[in-house]
Design a protein around this ligand. Structure first.
Ligand code: TYD
Length: 153
C-alpha cells in the first residue's frame, strides 16, 4: 500500500480544523499509520520548500509555517498519494473546488490548511524527512475487505 505525507499547517491548528481535516481522511478509508505534532524551524523548511526558495513569497510561507506547531500525518491506502492530493484541492484555495479541503476551508494560496505530497517519490523523501522507522505503527484493518477489491492493494 502507498503512503503519503499530510501536514496540517499552523492555520489548521489556529482555526480549530484539525479534527475536521483528519476526519475527512479517516472517512475516506485511508489508514493513519504515523502522526506527530511539531514546531517546524527554518532549516527543515529550507529543505521541504527548496523548490520555492527563490519565490518572492518564500519568507512569508516560512513564517506562516512556523507561526504555530503543525500536525504531521502519514496516511496509507491504495494510490494514497493521488487520492490525498485530490482531496486537498488546488494550491490557491480560491481556485480549489468545493468539496476539497482547501475549497471548503480556505481562501488563500498560502494559508491553505494542508500540505500533501505531490508524487510517490516525493512522498518517500518527505516522510523520511519527518518520520523515523519506529514512528510507524502497524495494526489490523478489518474493514479493508469493504474498502478494496482483491487486486487493489
Ligand atoms: P506548492 O508546492 O507549489 O503547492 P502545494 O502545497 O499545493 O503542493 O507550494 C507550496 C506552498 O507554497 C503552498 O501550499 C503555499 C505556498 N504558495 C504560496 O504562498 N503562493 C503561491 O503562489 C504558491 C504557488 C505557493
Amino acid at each position: 500500500m502507498e503512503r503519503t505525507l499530510v501536514i496540517l499547517k499552523p492555520g489548521a491548528l489556529q482555526r480549530g480544523l484539525v479534527g475536521e481535516v483528519i476526519s475527512r481522511f479517516e472517512k475516506r478509508g485511508l489508514k493513519l499509520v504515523a502522526m506527530k505534532m511539531k514546531q517546524l524551524d527554518q532549516s527543515v523548511l529550507d529543505e521541504h520548500y527548496a523548490h520555492l526558495k527563490d519565490k518572492p513569497f518564500f519568507p512569508w510561507l516560512c513564517s506562516g509555517m512556523m507561526a504555530a506547531p503543525v500536525i504531521l500525518c502519514c496516511w496509507e491506502g491504495f494510490e494514497a498519494v493521488k487520492v490525498v492530493r485530490a482531496m486537498a484541492g488546488s494550491t490557491n484555495a480560491r481556485n480549489a473546488a468545493p468539496g476539497t479541503i482547501r475549497g471548503d476551508y480556505a481562501l488563500s494560496a498560502q494559508e491553505n490548511i494542508v500540505h500533501t505530497s505531490d508524487s510517490v517519490e516525493n512522498a518517500r523523501i518527505e516522510l523520511d524527512r519527518f518520520f523515523s522507522p519506529e514512528d510507524y505503527c502497524s495494526y489490523p484493518s478489518p474493514l479493508e475487505q469493504y474498502l478494496y477489491a482483491p487486486d487493489e492493494k
